[in-house]
Design a protein around this ligand. Structure first.
Ligand SMILES: [Zn+2]
Length: 280
């Protein structure tokens, strides 16, 4: 049997996919990517990710992304609370996300971002849902929030932090998401973590259309010259996974089995969506 992959982070609703979404989904299916988790980024796309998940047999998460906080109203937290309540019995709603903190992008209102992060952790806790976290130079801030408001696990997506911080997240019951970034030889730290962290802590993701693996990467000059393919898509997951397999000394089958089991452990509601009994 061909390995079944789970893309734990894909922005299938992004405008980059508007022109050919059915083809993107068909390629993912053909590549053996049997499940995708579609995180929301702001209240305006809550309905879109839910509808996409239902239309295509996928999963979704609801949350306000740290880079969307400055464009979101305080009332959007109420919209999130209401949506989590209304859809609490929706088996395709698997997490609160994408939430978190970003201390890399300049000019953000960080106090406001902290407030939104903390409020959304509380909503996840109240809903009994895991979280999907965005981290960029913000691991300690995220950890502080998790200690104050423990949640039922989840995933730190596109993980990029230190070994020590990775171990604390894992100790708190979170899994760490690895994707296109680890395909670059120069990404020494990320590759070292992917190679050495406990196998049970790793999940795979594309973050499509973002974080293209090295074979899709285009420089700004190439893009200006009209070569626009820097777009990542879920069908790339098995090839990205081959990088992880190489780093770990795993076979592709082991890689699929391990990372898929980890994804189900991180986002337990996925189990009912991928079990063969539910197919058809
Ligand atoms: Zn994302």
């Amino acid at each position: 049997m061909a390995p079944a992959w789970i893309d734990t982070h894909c922005h299938l609703d992004a405008p980059e996919f508007d022109a050919d979404r059915p083809a993107v989904l068909a390629r993912a299916q053909a590549a053996g990517v049997g499940m995708q988790v579609l995180p929301a980024v702001m209240a305006a796309n809550f309905d879109t990710v839910r509808q996409l998940a239902h239309a295509h047999g996928l999963a979704y998460a609801l949350g306000i992304h740290p880079l969307s906080v400055d464009r979101s109203a305080d009332a959007d937290l109420d919209i999130l609370a209401d949506a989590l309540d209304r859809h609490r019995n929706d088996p395709r709603l698997v997490a609160v996300g994408e939430i978190g903190l970003d201390f890399f992008v300049p000019g953000l209102d960080l106090a406001r971002a902290e407030r939104f992060y903390q409020a959304q952790l509380k909503l996840a806790r109240a809903a009994g849902l895991p979280v999907i976290l965005h981290v960029r130079r913000s691991a300690d801030g995220l950890l502080k929030g998790l200690r104050r408001t423990p949640v039922p696990g989840g995933i730190v997506h596109a993980f990029n932090a230190s070994q020590a911080q990775a171990e604390v997240f894992v100790g708190l019951g979170l899994r760490l998401g690895f994707g296109g970034a680890m395909t670059y030889d120069r990404a020494l730290q990320i590759r070292r973590l992917a190679a050495t962290l406990p196998g049970s802590s790793l999940v795979l993701e594309t973050d499509a259309p973002d974080i293209p693996p090295h074979w899709l990467y285009r420089t700004a000059a190439q893009r200006d010259a009209g070569d626009a393919t820097g777009r990542n898509e879920p069908a790339e997951l098995p090839r990205i996974a081959a990088t992880l397999a190489g780093l770990r000394g795993w076979t592709l089958e082991e890689t699929a089995a391990t990372t898929s089991a980890n994804a189900l452990a991180a986002l337990p509601r996925l189990a009912a969506l991928v079990s063969p009994a539910r197919a058809g």
